[in-house]
Design a protein around this ligand. Structure first.
Ligand code: ADP
Ligand code: UVW
Ligand code: MG
Length: 403
């Protein structure tokens, strides 16, 4: 039998999420997460689903992404699922920025690596980690196909009216400045799963997807194709995020440079790493923010209100872009777990046919579920994302095409 397992690596700036899947049997063999890479208290959590499912967890310094991947490989090997397994067919990598060139999953060669590297300036938190993941995996299994699945790919269907900024055309084109959009694998997966939840074909459904993780983005999806999204040239634009500002007046940057005396590098760090929820209240975890609000903390309350105000603006904007909306889908860490965020984002939008049923919203669950009242004009749903499954599916399908 030909090998049918795919290992998926989702390398973030300081974390690696991974899953090993058997694509013929349709089951997940192992999943895990390495976080706080580069710190003294790096943590690895590994769940060998094929070997009883009892999670193993340890904390120890993991210096970089290369060390992280080697640690993952060692954990997998303990259950006989190591990277040396002949049953492994391919390794699928999440790559955040694919620019304009990559609209499909792509088998990685030297030219692909060079292009991902060239795009580092427009995804400085992500593409370097993705590259290290790929290079380490290549060194461990040089014989295996390595496939890149790009965050930007799903958004390449955006019309020029949404993708272009109103900047001098020659300058913008010379520097390839346009809206690329990110989290596309998630927006694609969730918009399709939302159509399924409504028992409709994706072509017949218009969905606003709200991917609210540490990074956060909204998208307007018409009939299965993305027509607008909130992240732009880089993953900095749009919603308020864990550590990123999202939308600001671009002149804030000139002001901080000219009047504040800050360097471009300092402003970059400020907007990407010290802004958003953490900049507003000192915490970027929505659980902690809700806990502080419950204790009457004013700064946490204001941070939450700013987060919600921005989210609501994007719901309204994408409602207008789509004209007819069948569903609003909440996904990722915050979207899937934070009922107060979902309730507040939709509050007051009854005129648009949007409402949340408090009891349904409070129910915790693993699968896609409706949280709007029965008979609502627009479905509001919680639809858990699964970027790793989507990457594995696309990776395996590509191998099928190439043999
Ligand atoms: N139970 C929860 N309640 C509220 N927020 C949560 C909960 N679990 C996770 N989160 C939020 O989800 C975030 C992580 O989301 P995730 O989609 O995993 O992000 P990323 O992929 O960007 O690391 C956390 O920072 C936290 O704010
Ligand atoms: C593109 C992006 O913001 O990704 P993440 O949410 O994983 O940081
Ligand atoms: Mg994520």
């Amino acid at each position: 039998m030909s090998p049918s397992r795919v290992l998926v690596l989702n390398s973030g700036s300081s974390s690696v999420k991974y899953q090993l899947l058997d694509m013929e049997g349709g089951n997940r063999l192992a999943t895990g997460l390495v976080e706080r890479i580069g710190e003294e208290t790096s943590r690895l959590k590994h769940t060998p689903l094929a070997a009883g499912g009892e999670s193993r967890e340890w904390t120890a310094p993991i210096a970089d992404h290369e060390a992280a991947l080697k640690a993952v490989s060692a954990e997998l090997a303990k259950d006989g699922l190591g990277l040396d397994s002949p049953e492994l067919a391919a390794i699928g990598h999440r790559v955040v920025h694919g620019g304009k060139r990559f609209t499909e999953p792509t088998v990685i060669d030297d030219a692909v690596l060079a292009e991902i590297e060239r795009l580092i300036p427009v995804a400085p938190l992500h593409n370097p980690a993705n590259l290290t993941g790929i290079r380490t995996a290549q060194a461990l299994r040089p014989d295996l196909p390595q496939v890149a699945v790009f965050d930007t790919a799903f958004h390449t269907t955006m019309p020029e009216s949404a993708a272009r900024y109103a900047i001098d055309v020659e300058t913008a084109d010379a520097h390839r400045i346009r809206r690329y959009g990110f989290h596309g694998t998630s927006h694609a997966y969730v918009s399709r799963a939302t159509a399924e939840l409504l028992c409709k074909a994706p072509e017949d459904v218009n969905v606003i997807v709200l991917h609210l993780g540490n990074g956060a983005s909204a998208s307007a999806v018409r009939g299965g194709r993305c027509v607008d999204t909130s992240m732009g040239l880089t993953p900095l634009e749009g919603l308020v995020m864990g550590t990123r500002s999202g939308d600001t007046d671009p002149a804030v940057i000139f002001h901080l440079a000219r009047v504040g005396g800050m360097s471009i590098a300092e402003i970059d760090t400020l907007l990407n790493k010290k802004s958003g929820l953490i900049g507003l209240c000192g915490d970027n975890d929505m659980r902690e923010i809700r806990r502080r609000i419950d204790e009457g903390d004013e700064r946490a309350r204001l941070a939450f209100d700013i987060y919600i105000h921005r989210l609501k603006k994007y719901i309204g904007a994408y409602y207008a872009v789509l004209g007819r909306v069948d569903a609003v889908a909440f996904t990722a860490g915050v979207g899937e777990n934070a009922a107060p965020v979902r309730e507040a984002a939709v509050a007051g939008l009854e005129q648009l046919g949007l409402a949340v049923d408090p009891e349904l919203n409070a129910v915790r669950g693993d699968g896609p579920r409706l949280i709007s009242p029965a008979g609502a004009r627009v479905a509001v749903a919680v639809v858990p994302t699964d970027e790793e499954l989507e990457i594995a599916t696309q990776t395996y399908a590509l191998l099928g095409e190439n043999v």
